[in-house]
Design a binder for this molecule. Structure first.
Ligand code: M6R
Length: 608
């Protein structure tokens, strides 16, 4: 999604703005731009494609100025070209925007009827045009900004600069996140604290309906009617992390290899390593009293939730209703107060997940948030926050956040089982023990399977379609494997429950479509092997991801068999995530795609 930065500085800002945009690159974008004011003139540089195109323009034609705004655009309305790139200029007003102005078309028609001339295809331009109109009607900049905010609807984070006021930037939030950073005699605005981390760690997050008027002295925050509001300053953790690739080629590779370490951190928060027991969880959610759990999330986080459903139902006998957030929010699902709702989100800003959360909150449910960014909107609106402690995940394809979400949910399912009396003390110890052993096992697996997967990826890259199959918790994993492969290698892939094969997908089986079967030697193994027989009988090529017991039990001929150690059933989804992540990663590297920022994708999806 779009990234936003603004600086009211004491030294030239263009380079710092681009530096901040680089820290937002992970969000995904297709064009970028910077605008500054210098000596009474407002100017901009914009470029299609990656930030180095913008940097090249800036080096050919530098932008002086100690105040400026900048943007990375993820196209929604209008193709990703230079004309549609932000900042948009209208009559000495510069605007950058993340989100969607839902009533832009109606506003645009009105403005055109009044004589306005539009130069872009974007929804954003109406923001600048509206402010310009209100100024022509005699309002000052602040009043024109507020009038515009009361006219537009939708989801937006907006930053606006005025040529005739080179000391002030205005910002507003309704939906996508926006942070105000407090420096020494300088002020900053950014889509997140990571963007601002080189400049300051003193942050205040705008809430929905806030408008900030920022100058060298600080920030005045008002609501859209102009009434002052106070937002707490906090010290952001973002500065504690170095956002670089270390020795890795891509952030995704780094994040895959970080998993044993970050999962240890996450587990340390939820389990007691000395006693092999779970630590008490946030009492805002009383698992003992619950009749059911509603889970909602998007993409990979949703697939983590699906694995969680198996665990909550098995270990805590807690019925789980789960849906993708884009459906959940509109399903008008009957909910009762003896249910709790759990929302899973790496970024904590996903628009559909947030809307589902608010639907459940309005229905009076207690809200739990499993998030990576503990300062995020979803975290702030939840009753109980369950941090996954994965550290910044920069690769657009989620890897370490997925396994940390799983580790947290496994711990919560044990806690819920303990609270509800569905697992006894010995079972708790055994389950927690398996979680504690997991980082070591993951480390071994990461180092042992890498060469085989690199070779296999070369073969996989020749195919156009791939099918993933799994049963039990390996079914969501099959979908996650397919999602990972398609999003970074652009190979078409689908994940199916192995038992569904014969209900349709079997028609596709031939030597041109490899079938990746994820099957630890668990309760379902024999049944999955039967499905593999059905594939083999039709000339399908099988890539078999199993464990030592599974490899020796199956006599089927495969294109490749990836053998992992035998592990307890609870931790299999985390351990088996590793080969599917590495397979997708190496295939994408081999195909030469943009692994960390795949085409069309955004890291933080703050629009519907
Ligand atoms: O930040 P969130 O976890 O809420 O994001 C949800 C999805 O957008 C995300 O998992 C997406 O599917 C990833 N690209 C998957 O790799």
């Amino acid at each position: 999604m779009c990234g936003i930065v603004g600086i009211v500085g004491n030294t030239p800002v263009a380079e710092r703005l681009v530096d901040a945009l680089k820290r937002l690159e992970y969000r995904g974008y297709d064009s970028a731009g910077v605008a500054t004011i210098h000596d009474g003139a407002m100017d901009r540089r914009r470029a299609e494609g990656k930030l180095f195109n913008l940097e090249k323009k800036l080096s050919d034609e530098p932008l002086p100025g100690q105040i400026g705004i900048a943007h990375t655009r993820w196209a929604t309305h209008g193709v990703p070209n230079e004309t549609n790139a932000h900042p948009h200029f209208v009559d000495g007003i510069a605007v950058v925007h993340n989100g969607i102005i839902e009533n832009f078309s109606e506003i645009k028609d009105d403005l055109i009827a009044e004589g306005a001339c539009f130069t872009t295809q974007t929804d954003t331009e109406v923001v600048a045009q509206l402010i310009a109109k209100y100024r022509r009607q005699g309002l000052d900049n602040r009043a024109a900004m507020l009038a515009m905010l009361n006219r537009v609807t939708g989801a937006f984070a907006l930053v606006v600069m005025f040529k005739d006021d080179p000391d002030t930037i205005m910002a507003a939030r309704f939906g996508p996140p926006l942070a105000v950073g407090f420096g020494k005699g300088e002020m900053f605005l950014g889509s997140d604290a990571i963007a601002l981390s080189p400049f300051t760690n003193e942050i205040a997050y705008l809430e929905d309906g806030d408008c900030a008027i920022v100058d060298h002295r600080g920030a005045e925050i008002v609501d859209f009617s102009g009434k002052p509001v106070v937002r707490k300053h906090q010290i952001s953790q973002a500065t504690a992390f170095m956002v670089d690739k270390g020795n890795h080629r891509h952030f995704m590779e780094k994040e895959i290899y970080e998993q044993p370490e970050v999962i240890s951190h996450a587990l340390a928060h939820y389990v007691d390593f000395a006693t092999n027991t779970v630590k008490p969880v946030d009492s805002a959610i009383d698992f003992k009293a619950l009749r059911g759990l509603a889970i909602s999330a998007c993409g990979t986080a949703y697939l983590a939730g699906l694995v969680g459903k198996y665990w909550f139902e098995r270990y805590a006998r807690l019925p789980v209703e789960i849906d993708v957030a884009s459906e959940f929010r509109y399903r008008e699902m009957p909910l009762s107060k003896d249910q709790a709702a759990l929302f899973i989100s790496q970024s904590g800003e996903t628009a559909d997940t947030l809307a589902s959360l608010r639907y459940c909150k309005d229905s009076g449910l207690k809200i739990g948030a499993i998030v990576n960014v503990s300062e995020s909107t979803i975290a702030r609106e939840a009753d109980a926050v369950f941090p996954i402690l994965a550290g910044p995940e920069i690769g657009v394809a989620s890897t370490k956040a997925f396994t940390c979400q799983l580790a947290v949910m496994a711990s919560l399912a044990i806690s819920a089982g303990k609270a509800r009396g569905t697992i006894n003390a010995a079972e708790e110890k055994q389950l927690v023990q398996s979680l504690i052993e997991m980082p070591r096992i993951m480390s071994q697996v990461l180092h042992s399977i890498q060469p085989q997967l690199e070779t296999l990826s070369r073969d996989l890259s020749k195919f156009k379609d791939v099918l993933y199959l799994g049963r039990g918790t390996s079914y969501p994993l099959a979908m996650e494997g397919a999602l990972k492969l398609k999003e970074i290698s652009y190979i078409h892939a689908e994940g199916y429950a192995a038992g569904e094969l014969k209900h349709g997908p079997i028609a596709l089986i031939d030597e041109n479509m490899p079938v990746i079967v994820i099957a630890p030697h668990d309760r379902f193994f024999e049944k999955t092997v039967s499905n593999m027989q059905e594939v083999a009988a039709r000339g399908g090529r099988i890539i078999f991801i199993t464990d030592e017991k599974g490899a020796s039990a199956s006599k089927l001929e495969t294109m490749a068999t990836i053998v992992l150690p035998n592990v307890p059933e609870l931790i299999a989804p985390m351990v088996f995530s590793l080969p599917i992540q590495l397979l997708a990663y190496h295939t994408a590297v081999f195909m030469g795609t943009d692994v960390d920022q795949p085409r069309n994708l955004a890291k933080s999806v703050t629009v519907e």
